[in-house]
Write a protein that binds this ligand. Structure first.
Ligand code: ADP
Length: 474
């Protein structure tokens, strides 16, 4: 399947070098996309810039109608979108179907929320003035997105940006451009005017440089690693670019003595092994209080041992391939480092490498210590390291000892304790007896080096709006 880039409502880039997209479960080439560079990115930015006055002038109700249409088309296309996602990034088909629903929910929710972008009037301190606050779209948005949620990480930005009246240029991850292109095809079918959405594929660095340095881009929204996020912040500094950042995480899971063990096991299974552990809010380190430790480990191992690893296109698979060799090597390095320092492997502990495909078995490590790499760096794989702790205070102390602050999870049936711990955790998201916290209507984002800003919820559209204060002398 050979696809093109989408610029100003035209499918283009036939003349460009082609980049292969491969299936991580089989190593097969499933298609190609053009290697767009600075020139194509500039053209896309110009198209978005030209489309902005008309698009932003539409009423919120008119923009909402386009988004509603896009939502309907996404729901109709659940199967082809899900298959494409599984083919290019490997997650099990059932998870891909779930992701399409989740991705579409951002389009639907912001189709509504765009109608509620309220300003306000402020009582003046003098009689001869009136004070008005209004909201305006920021302008052209440049979006850079990752491979782990090929559809949802785009719609979580696209929905609020378009609803607010912004126009959009997106560079999807090199690993998953085909899903992004399918979304653009649906935008075209929904009748979204030319130039309002543009998709550029190609090498990240030149596209990123153009987006970050072109003065016509008013806003950058990025989801990816903390490392690349820092680079983009530096690149955008000269123009004081308005930036939103969804970066890495290192989520702790705190399981206290009074936890409901069924809830703790079932939710931790989801928080840890969903998407093969390749999400930024996946549980990375598990702290279990001594009184419940052994029972939790036994039940958790029993549950995780049922998970099946393989090609996500096959029925009954729970964990697909690791995205690539670098991903696999990082996972294995974390596991080997922990084992060398005295961790005990109670499940899994190894991978399966065939040709250019990489799988890792669900792995549970106990007797884990704070200094191990796995307790400090994001693993992005199906590895659950468990450390025994002696108290609530100790669990909180370890949980907060990180430069990251995206998501944390806590299991307790005691209401006061749950509130107390949730308030003390320095994280943007706290799942209390809940391993799957994300939803279109809720603010998602991190503290510290996990990011700047929030996506989803009423906060999610604010990122695409400027606040304007108008003071009127009478
Ligand atoms: P991951 O580890 O999830 O691949 P990355 O931060 O490397 O996270 O990638 C997230 C997105 O950032 C992808 O679209 C990738 O192509 C893009 N990216 C990587 N390096 C750069 C760069 N130097 N400039 C702009 N975008 C980049």
């Amino acid at each position: 399947m050979d696809k093109l880039i989408y610029v100003n409502g035209i499918w283009t880039g036939e003349h460009l070098e082609k980049i292969k997209v491969s299936n991580p479960a089989t190593g097969e080439c499933i298609g190609t996309v053009p290697n767009g560079g600075r020139k194509e990115t500039r053209e896309a930015i110009d198209a978005a810039y030209k489309a902005f006055p008309e698009w932003s002038k539409l009423t919120a109700y008119e923009r909402s109608a386009y988004l509603e249409k896009l939502y309907d088309l996404m729901i109709e296309a659940i199967e082809p979108l899900a298959e494409m996602m599984t083919l290019e990034m490997g997650k099990p088909l059932a998870e891909s179907r779930g992701e399409v629903q989740y991705a579409a929910s951002f389009i639907k929710w912001y189709a509504e929320e765009g109608k509620r972008v309220y300003g306000r009037t402020i009582p003046s301190h003098v009689n001869h003035k009136r004070m008005i606050v209004t909201k305006q779209p920021v302008g052209v948005v440049g979006a850079i997105t990752p491979w782990n949620f090929p559809a949802a990480m785009i719609t979580r930005k696209l929905g609020p940006a378009l609803a607010a009246g912004c126009t959009f240029v997106v560079k999807p991850a090199d690993e998953t451009p085909l899903t992004a292109i399918m979304l653009a095809e649906l935008c075209e079918r929904a009748g979204i005017p030319k130039g309002v959405i543009n998709v550029i594929t190609g090498k990240a660095a030149p596209i990123g440089e153009e987006l970050l340095t072109n003065p016509r881009v008013n806003k950058i929204t990025f989801t990816g690693s903390t490392e690349v996020g820092k680079l983009l912040l530096k690149q955008g500094a000269d123009q004081v670019k308005n930036m939103s950042m969804e970066l890495g995480g290192h989520a702790p899971i705190l399981i206290l003595d009074d936890a409901d063990i069924d809830k703790a096991v079932n939710n931790t299974l989801l928080a840890k092994f969903r998407n093969g552990g390749q999400t930024c809010i996946c549980g990375n380190r598990i702290y279990v209080e001594a009184g419940i430790h052994d029972e939790f480990v036994e039940r958790f191992v029993r549950a995780a041992s049922k998970l099946k690893v393989g090609n996500g296109m096959k029925e009954g698979i729970d964990i697909g391939p690791v995205i690539n060799r670098q991903g696999y090597e990082k996972i294995d390095r974390h596991v080997q480092n922990a084992l060398k320092q005295g961790a005990k492997c109670v499940l899994g502990g190894s991978g399966i490498v065939e040709g250019d495909t990489y799988f890792y078995n669900p792995t549970i490590l106990t007797n884990v210590k704070p200094g191990m790499i796995i307790m400090n760096e994001e693993t992005f794989g199906p590895i659950a390291p468990i450390q025994k702790v002696n108290s609530e205070e100790e669990a909180i102390k370890f949980a907060n000892q990180t430069p990251y602050g995206l998501a944390a999870y806590v299991y307790t049936e005691n209401y006061a304790k749950g509130i107390r711990i949730a308030e003390k955790l320095n994280y943007g998201i706290v799942g209390w007896n809940d391993g799957v916290p994300s939803a279109a209507q809720s603010p998602f984002g991190g503290m510290k080096q996990s990011g700047i800003g929030r996506e989803g919820g009423t906060e999610g559209i604010e990122s695409y709006l400027e606040t304007k204060y108008i003071t009127v002398g009478l």
